[in-house]
Design a protein around this ligand. Sequence first.
Ligand code: DON
Length: 488
Amino acid sequence: MLLRTAKDGRDVFVDARERAPLAATRDMFLDANGEAVRDRSINGALAAAIPGLPAGLEHLARKYGRLPLSKSLAPAIRLAREGWKFGPKNSSMLGYRREVLAGNAAAAALFLRDGQVPALGTVMRNEDYARTLELIAAKGADGFYRGDYAKRLVNGVRQAGGIWSEQDLAEYRVVERAPIRLKHRGFEIVTAPPPSSGGVALATIFNVLEPYGYPQLDKVPRTHLLVEAMRRAYRDRAVYLGDPDFVQVPVPLLASREYAAGLRAGINPDRATPSDMLPSAMVAPSRPDTSHFSIVDTEGNLVAVTQTVNLPYGNAVVVPGTGFLLNNEMDDFSVKPGVPNAYGLVGDDANAIAPGKRPLSSMTPTFLVGPDRVAVLGTPGGSRIVTMVLLGLLEMMDGGSAQDAASAPRFHHQYLPDQLSAEPEAFSTEEVAALKARGHDVRVGDRSWGNMNVVQWRRDTGAVETGTDPRWKGVGKGSSSEKGSIYR
Ligand code: DON
């Protein structure tokens, strides 16, 4: 969560990221032959890291909020108890996780009907979750991390084959960190520091792009340069980035203009650089859920929050009586150098598993601060979050509205796999051909990505506009662009 308090103009990043259990080990997802077993870092109890959200909510309410949790959680409690209507997007994401959920009785009881994806319009109620939230509302984070609830949670995880302990829960702490700040085209961008990779990658990409005059270029050469910058930033993510409490991340270096100049020297304006040709420090190279919301209040306080259980429906385990799914954030670690995770991301020592360590993230809650306006943005979308935020920022720096930023077609490169992936609408047939001619392995998929939510506040006119992602029916409140919500 990225916050700006209007009265002192202070920006702070509240890190409520999950942590590896204290019993986690570097090689916990490797089999006897040293091969990565992807299934175990994604499905079932071992995949779950220690949640940070309850601690984050209490921290927010106590230090920055005006409402007690009993008030701010009330609408969520009501929604859990009275139910919400199962929609088309819910259906497609649940379809993707149905089989695994069917393997966990408590999860199946909550999210499936006779083992199948519920019909559209089914009212989804969750009394256990309402009670979990009530406990947090009444007792704060302690209601979750200590006492009977914590015991039950730990027992449930252990019974499902996990390694959580009561100490893991009792020790969880939120960390306040200084955001990454950078300047580009007359704007200041305030964004997520490690253990997110987002801010560092954005800094690298913007610094690499700076001298090219890319805003004036045609779409194909502009896309080529963006992709070459993305590729290099994601290579550095794979090599250098991890939890800054465990590894020394060279942020000032990676975010510097001098470093970017070095990266730029290797860019051929007419040809894609094969990712394999970029130097890699990887020891052994041989061998989709999340939501984001953006807020500007009447005083000018800013909040950008990205929250996740990692893949849709997390690890598909519900501890009976709790009403919520555990995450599979352990898969955000590099389980073995060079072995891709569920998002195809690779990593090395910097993001290896260690007890109590936070897995590297791509979540990138961001502020764009210009002379006459401020925007708050972010999105879910796994490894593509950083480049979606990048394209949203570019859209707004080019003069686009909040809605333009949320709607703009998306493309992405993450170093490995060495592919330029794109949404169906991102490029014309001619543009695809031109990018291929430059050596890009263009993969136009049949799906769209992300769920971006943007608020833009024009300080000159006082106007506030919202942008919600047309790919998923979000809702912008408190402005002229208000849309109906599917949850009502
Ligand atoms: O922290 C991360 O980078 C991932 N756990 C985010 C996962 C995500 O965005 C899934 N959403 N569609």
